[in-house]
Design a protein around this ligand. Sequence first.
Ligand SMILES: *Cc1c(COP(=O)(O)O)cnc(C)c1O
Length: 405
Amino acid sequence: MAESPALVRTSAAELYDSYVLKNYARAPVTLVRGKASTVWDDQGKSYLDFSSGIAVTSVGHCHPRWVAAVQRQAGELVHISNLFRTPNQGELAKRLVGYAGPGRVFFCNSGGEADEALIKLSRLHGVRKSGVEGKCIKVICAKNGFHGRMFGGMSATPKESVQKGFRPLLPGFVFAELNNLESFASLVDADTTAILVESIQGDGGINPCTPEFLQGLRRLCDEKGLLLLLDEVQCGAGRTGKFFAFEHAGIRADAIAMAKGLAGGFPIGAVWVGERFADLFQPGMHGSTFGGTPLASAAALAVLDIIQAEGLLAHVTRESVPWIAELNRLVADFPSKVLEIRGRGFLVGVQMASDSAPTIAALRENGLLIAPAGVNVIRLLPPLVTTRDELARSVAIFRDVLGKA
Ligand SMILES: *Cc1c(COP(=O)(O)O)cnc(C)c1O
């Protein structure tokens, strides 16, 4: 007879130990519930969640308006494939064009998938530019960048821990120094089709492109006939106080990858392509079974509605300034431990002087969850709805931990 599941309840820790692939170094905590910027573990302990599922839960956990939209759509139509139209996908595309400018949108399910579409777009542009296939394929990326784990994006991510074991990689990627226009310009040749960078590097340790650098890349791409591809998977969807982080530089991209925060926790990826290049993709050339389902689109529409209704871009802009100023005081007060604060809005990196792991564990024990990044960078990604008090609490926890260590 089958055992009653209520009687033999194996702990999540044991289940992970026995059955889940070991490709992550997971923190020893099992989370069971979330509300806005707070999550609870299976022992009832609460945490401020400044990891946000790595910049995903943009409107916080279980926002009532988001929950209502997803529940309503789940009872109406969840999935129908891209062989047919749905109102939600069309509406979401229109709203994203509203943010990005004249162009068209392709939907998929993740940041990695969005980046693959950017890379495929660069190949199509290369074919159009050179008149032959397979020649004009060179894409210039930034050192320290991160573009996901699929073969294209992985090849565009010059990090040993990402690439090791998976070679040979996709050819055609070369790497220049971030914020060094000359470094990018010197790599352009007749076989170059595109430049691909994150407007603010996330996984690499929160390294923002300067406005002058992005403006310079825009000019370089215009002069040389290259696509400017911006990976906004992490820094987009309102995280810096503008919908896209590159807006701070006052430029336009030729194509943009989006994902993480766009649907507030529902898996989604999207690629906006500017109207000059939108016809490069013709029927049959690309696709994604789950891309832009009515349910995923409803979740994203709810996020965009909440961002607007609650004025979250203005909230992030306003509240991030004093918060980042307070974080900067940690540099002054603990100079041997905290070297620098980088980033913008609710996308902030605290550069530690040495191994950040003990600090990360202590922050967790004191009720603050964060996401590590780069080399000893503590990445703070509060949900866009995080209150002033919660931001202040995060600094207080940090101060406590640094003071005791
Ligand atoms: C997370 C991330 C990706 C990959 O997204 P997945 O959804 O994990 O595939 C790509 N680019 C950037 C900038 C990211 O931060």
